[in-house]
Structures are given as structure tokens and as C-alpha cells.
Design a binder for this molecule. Structure first.
Ligand code: ATP
Ligand code: MG
Length: 514
């Protein structure tokens, strides 16, 4: 609920507990054991940000956030809270919120796509679980595509680019360093596997223009983008990579903002531990850096996870607004992490943080936020408001109506297949093949021509021979006849034949040369 321009999260006795919009870009944490109320706290916050005119992104891991597009309904649990917190006096009412549904598999929302280029080699390497060598090669493939002005939009583009470079590995290795054929083949296999997991759907165009998410509706409410992650979460690496990609998109798209009265946008990442689990060091450093820098672009990031220890210290130390639901502390390991969680709060002399933390009821939390001066407030035990929108999942028909009724549906619903690396390389392959066939045909023709010329030459020689010999024969005969007439018939015939043959060849060969 928005109250006095501040985000009301709940009450600590009579005291209202707020998040200050001007400090909301100092990021936040919602933690707690399973079933303690994290998702509802997230909902309450998201509703208030929307009321405040701040656009919101939510990763919906269980499908229980989708109900935000519908008004809430009264039940016993909600009634108790409304009464106990005297919320009627605060203007509590049921409301629905402007929402848009997205899904990278295009089943539970509008298709959320990006391009291979926008995802970049580092994140793609992570999705495909490439080793360092393969990852370096992928980076080079991107560089080659860039140098040759080839667009890498979808997985077909990447696959054909890899195959092309693989086939010409020798030439490219000279210019770009060693490109082992085996490593390229391994990356091609990884791309094929990625396609089988849906990569052929979520890499493509129109790619999401993240500016479409930074919007308010005609009532000035921040629009809430809900990414359905029920299927995506089954592939934790893919889930984590998409979340990181979104963060980096926002980071790259938004200009520096300095200190704003309220954030430009707020992101909530559920199951946030997946962002960090088994992430290589280089990527962890990048995440830390983005979280640090994105604040000055006016973006607040809220991580939702069971235990704060799931989040690396470099990130955890940057989370200024903390809502900590109950933690169990039965095993030594649980005890240790609950103690660490309690110790991370600014002490309230009125109670023992650890004691309270381990005994909170559902929908209660210990909370510390950054005040107007940016100083962490003393920890307060807080009862969280009930949400104003519907709790729980959405029926299929309503979801479908919400999806197709969205103004962005026409823009994103169908995939275009623009001319890019795949199409270019296909054309090049066809052209190369045609050129090869033409060259072969030309060579065959030349060979044929030569053969025929040789044949002709041989024929002519034979003709000349026979012409010459018959000419010589005639001459000889005539000559012989003349001589023969005087010295004898048979002798004359023989000499005449010999002289005539050589004489005739001599005359004809000179003619032939001319
Ligand atoms: N602030 C609240 N107001 C009203 N009901 C609440 C509140 N917080 C929690 N509840 C009740 O507790 C249930 C569990 O809460 P929630 O789903 O938020 O838990 P969670 O910590 O997200 O659990 P999980 O780890 O399984 O995702 C809710 O369905 C709701 O009935
Ligand atoms: Mg939950």
C-alpha cells in the first residue's frame, strides 16, 4: 500500500513500517524458510511499487504471482490481518494491477525472446555448459561474425556460423588464433542440445525491447511484467542466465540517473540462489558489478531466497532493504546461518533478534530498511500486510485473455526470420557449390576441347598423309611412267612412289603451318 508517498509493508504494533521510494534502488532481500510468507511479501511490495508508478518485473517460479491481474477476495486469514492491523482505516481495499505475462516458451505468456548476439558469448557459454577453451572459441566466433557483418540472431545462425568456421578452421586460425575443429564440433553439439531444450524458440526476433517494460498505465500505475518461470526453472542454469541477461539489458539500456525520488524500475528474482549456484568466478564478478552499478541507473533489485547465505557476500552487502521471515534453527548448520542472518541486522534493544527470527509466525518478518538518510533502521518485528490482489494461480482462460488482450501481443506474438548469418551462409554455400560446378564444367569442356583438337590434328595428319601419299603416288606414277617408259616399268613405279611421298609431305606441311 502506498501511504504518505511511502511504501507500507506492514506494522510493528502501531508503528507503520515503510520502504522509502528514494531508497528503493538500494536493492533488497526477502528471505525465509519455505512457507513463511516470502511470496506474499513480494506481492505486497510489488503492488505498492505499482501504486507508486514504478514498473515492476517479477519472476514467477510457481505460478502464484499471476493472480495480481485480479482483485483479491476476503478470507478468514486476510480478515484477521485487516482487523488486527486496523487496515480499513488505512484505506485497504481489493485491487487488480496492470500486468503483462511473458514466457520464454511462449506457453504461459507472450513470447520472451532475445538474440544470440544480445545474450553474448559469456552467458551462452554458461547456458551450454562450455569449458574455458570452448568458451574462448565461442567468443572468437562472435568476433568473426562481427568482422564479417553477419548477424547472429537465432540458433540456426550460430550453428551455421560454427560449421562455416569449422570448415575453414585453417584459414581463420591464422587470423584469430587456434580454432580446433573438435572444440567447434563440441559447441555445435551443445547448440543442437540447446535447440532441443527450446533454444529455437527463445532466440529470435522480435527480441524483447526492455523499454517496453518501463511503462505506467493510463492511471499512472507501474505496469507489472510477470515472467512465468514454471518451465524455465526446471533448467536452473537457463533460468539464471535469463535473469542475468535481463539485468544486463536494463543496465545497458538505461542512462545514468543519479538519485531519483523513486526507482525507474524494480526487479524481483525468486529462487535467487540459482543465479549464483555453480556460476563461474568471472560471471559472479560480473553479477556483483552489475548489482553495484545498476543502482545509479535507478533500478532496484530484490532477491528472494530461503537463506541469506545463498547470496554471495559481495551482493548481500549491497542489499539495503531486508525482509527476513522465519528461519528454522534445529541443526548446527541451520543454527549457524540463522545466527549470521540475525547478526546482519541493526540491533533493536527491545528484543533478541535471533530469538525473534527463529520464532516468527507465517506472514511475519524482521525488517530493516534504509531510512531517508540512507541509514539502516533498527530491526523491527513486523506483521506483513495482506495483498490487495488475488493470492494464488490464475485459470487458463483468464490467463489467455490477459495474454492476447495485451497491447504488446501483436508486436511479439509471431516470430520473424530476418536475413542473418544462416541465410547468408546458405546462399554462400549454394553460390560456392554452383561456382565449383561451373569450374568443373569449364575444366571438363576445356579438356574435351583439347581432346577434340588433338583428335582433329591427328585426323588432319592422317588426311595429309593419305593425301600426300596419293599425290606422291600420282606424281611418282607419272614420273615413273615417264622414266619407266625409257628405263622400265617396275623400277620407275618404285622410285616414283618414294620421291613422291617425301616431296608431298614437305609441301603440305609448309602449307599447314601457314
Ligand atoms: N502477509 C500475508 N497475508 C496473508 N496471508 C499470508 C501472508 N503471508 C503468508 N500468508 C499465507 O501463507 C501462505 C504461504 O505464504 P507464501 O506462499 O508467501 O510462502 P513462501 O515463503 O513464498 O513459500 P515457498 O518457499 O514455498 O515459496 C500463503 O499462501 C498465505 O495463505
Ligand atoms: Mg514462494
Amino acid at each position: 500500500m502506498l501511504h504518505d508517498g511511502k511504501i507500507l509493508i506492514g506494522k510493528s504494533g502501531e508503528e507503520k513500517i515503510y520502504i522509502y521510494p528514494q531508497m528503493a534502488n538500494r536493492h533488497g532481500l526477502i528471505a525465509g524458510a519455505t512457507g513463511t510468507g516470502k511470496t506474499i511479501s513480494l506481492k505486497v511490495l510489488a503492488e505498492s511499487f505499482s501504486d507508486c508508478g514504478v514498473p515492476v518485473f517479477l519472476a514467477d517460479v510457481k505460478g502464484d504471482l499471476a493472480g495480481m491481474c485480479q482483485m483479491g477476495t476476503m478470507n478468514e486469514n486476510v480478515q484477521k490481518r485487516v482487523d488486527a492491523m486496523n487496515l480499513a482505516a488505512e484505506g485497504y481495499e481489493f485491487r487488480k494491477y496492470p500486468t503483462a505475462f511473458w514466457d520464454v516458451y511462449a506457453e504461459q505468456g507472450m513470447p520472451l525472446r532475445t538474440t544470440i548476439t544480445e545474450m553474448g558469448p559469456l552467458l551462452l557459454s554458461r547456458i551450454m555448459d562450455l569449458n574455458d577453451t570452448q568458451s574462448d572459441i565461442l567468443t572468437i566466433i562472435f568476433k568473426i561474425a562481427d568482422d564479417e557483418n553477419l548477424l547472429l540472431i537465432d540458433t540456426k545462425d550460430l550453428r551455421s556460423m560454427l560449421q562455416y568456421v569449422g570448415e575453414n578452421a585453417k584459414e581463420y586460425s591464422l587470423a584469430y588464433g587456434n580454432l580446433s575443429k573438435q572444440s567447434i564440433a563440441a559447441i555445435v553439439r551443445a547448440v543442437v542440445a540447446l535447440e532441443a531444450e527450446g533454444g529455437d524458440q527463445f532466440f529470435g526476433e522480435p527480441a524483447l525491447d526492455i523499454r517496453d517494460w518501463i511503462k505506467t498505465d493510463f492511471n499512472g500505475k507501474g505496469e507489472i511484467q510477470i515472467l512465468d518461470c514454471q518451465k524455465l526453472i526446471q533448467n536452473p542454469t537457463m533460468y539464471a542466465t535469463f535473469m542475468l541477461w535481463m539485468m544486463s539489458e536494463l543496465f545497458e539500456t538505461l542512462p545514468e540517473a543519479g538519485d531519483l525520488q523513486k526507482p525507474r524500475m524494480v526487479f524481483f528474482f525468486d529462487e535467487a540462489h540459482l543465479l549464483f549456484d555453480s556460476a563461474p568466478k568471472a560471471l559472479l564478478e560480473k553479477i556483483e558489478q552489475v548489482v553495484k552499478l545498476i543502482r545509479s541507473k535507478g533500478v532496484g533489485i530484490y532477491f528472494i531466497t530461503q537463506n541469506p547465505k545463498d547470496i554471495p557476500n559481495g551482493v548481500l552487502s549491497q542489499l539495503g532493504n531486508k525482509i527476513q521471515h522465519a528461519l528454522r534453527a534445529y541443526t548446527p548448520a541451520e543454527l549457524k546461518s540463522a545466527k549470521a542472518a540475525a547478526d546482519s541486522f541493526r540491533v533493536n534493544p527491545e528484543f533478541d533478534t535471533f530469538e525473534v527470527l527463529t520464532n516468527l509466525a507465517i506472514g511475519e518478518a524482521i525488517i530493516s530498511v534504509l531510512d531517508e538518510e540512507g541509514i539502516p533502521t533498527v530491526v523491527k518485528k513486523t506483521t506483513i500486510l495482506p495483498p490487495q490482489s488475488m493470492m494464488g494461480a490464475l485459470d487458463d482462460a483468464t490467463r489467455k485473455n490477459q495474454i492476447t488482450g495485451n497491447l504488446l501481443y501483436a508486436r511479439y506474438a509471431t516470430m520473424d526470420d530476418r536475413d542473418s548469418a544462416y541465410e547468408f551462409l546458405q546462399r554462400k554455400a549454394v553460390a560456392d557449390e554452383q561456382a565449383e560446378i561451373a569450374a568443373e564444367e569449364a575444366a571438363a569442356l576445356e579438356k574435351q576441347k583439347k581432346k577434340e583438337e588433338e583428335k582433329m590434328a591427328k585426323k588432319k595428319k592422317t588426311v595429309v598423309k593419305s593425301v600426300a601419299s596419293s599425290a606422291a603416288g600420282t606424281i611418282g606414277r607419272e614420273f615413273g611412267n615417264t622414266i619407266g617408259k625409257s628405263i622400265g616399268g617396275s623400277f620407275g613405279k618404285k622410285i616414283g612412289g618414294n620421291v613422291g611421298a617425301s616431296l608431298g609431305r614437305g609441301i603440305l606441311s609448309t602449307l599447314f603451318k601457314l
